[in-house]
Unconditional design. Structure first.
Length: 282
């Protein structure tokens, strides 16, 4: 199997109010694309991430707020399911059951720190997943966060871990590279277009070429689209080019796309099937 797509209907019905309306239309567009015909791309349903893992990643105070505060509590279950989606996608790639994967989510994860969260994120799906993959014997990971909002939560988990190479796109005007800890902040400002984005992406991947990772994660926020809310001015044409550049840089290593920010159904319905097509070798 080339690509495992992890999907649950609760992401579109119970997901965060800003994010959920894109889920069903994009999945229906994926079905219409013909990619699900045959055995190259298969769909799987996730289970909630185990509480034992989530509670290791996050502080007791954060878990208590998630269970008791009214605004957080309404997303508690779907946030666990979203983390479970990323976990399942990554385990399948790590076991060789899929070459690459795309994990749908109902909430995002990259703004969730050990003891806090914001921006539609409640549990840090990558932190939870990397803990599990390390239990399975994997050690080194590449994270390419192309969501236009700085992934502060992920950085708070892995900023001092040189075995996690974190490429983090954001709205800042300047880029910064911390070679000791393998943190690369790619500041391309507001209103960045396709050419600038791809140029900076290829440059950051070139910087990471000597990092011997075992799985590449892509935090995929299509809020970077000009018609979405994120502040970049990308067009739909950039997303398959982005996926191809990352896939080429990964070589024979598995790539897991993790759905992050974005709210516009029309953007998601075009971008997601095209990204999955690239992962499937189309």
């Amino acid at each position: 199997m080339k690509v495992a797509v992890i999907y649950h209907e609760d992401f579109g019905s119970k997901g965060h109010s800003v994010l959920k309306h894109r889920i069903r239309p994009s999945f229906e567009a994926l079905a219409r694309s013909g990619l699900l015909e045959g055995d190259k791309v298969q769909v799987f349903e996730p289970e909630p991430a185990p509480l034992s893992l989530v509670e290791r990643a996050h502080t007791p105070e954060h878990m208590e707020r998630m269970r008791t505060e009214s605004y957080n509590r309404q997303y508690y279950d779907v946030a666990l399911l979203s983390a479970g989606s990323v976990l399942k996608a990554s385990e399948m790639v790590a076991r060789g059951e899929a070459e690459n994967a795309f994990a749908y989510t109902g909430t995002a994860g990259h703004h969730a720190s050990p003891g806090s969260c914001w921006g539609f994120c409640y549990f840090n799906d990558l932190a939870i997943t990397i803990m599990r993959l390390r239990e399975m014997g994997l050690a080194r990971f590449l994270i390419v966060d192309v969501d236009p909002h700085f992934g502060d939560g992920t950085r708070n988990f892995f900023g001092s871990d040189p075995n996690v190479y974190h490429i983090n796109f954001n709205h800042q005007q300047n880029s910064n590279f911390d070679g000791k800890n393998n943190n690369y902040d790619v500041g391309i400002g507001f209103d960045a277009g396709d050419d600038q984005f791809l140029r900076e992406l290829e440059g950051s991947l070139e910087m990471a070429k000597n990092f011997d990772f075992q799985i590449c994660f892509v935090v995929f926020g299509h809020d970077s689209h000009a018609d979405d809310y994120g502040g970049f001015e990308l067009t739909s044409a950039v997303y398959p080019k982005m996926a191809r550049a990352i896939l080429n840089a990964a070589g024979d290593k598995g790539v897991v796309f993790v759905l992050s920010g974005g709210s516009v159904p029309e953007v998601a319905s075009k971008a997601i099937p095209e990204v999955i097509a690239v992962l499937a070798g189309r």
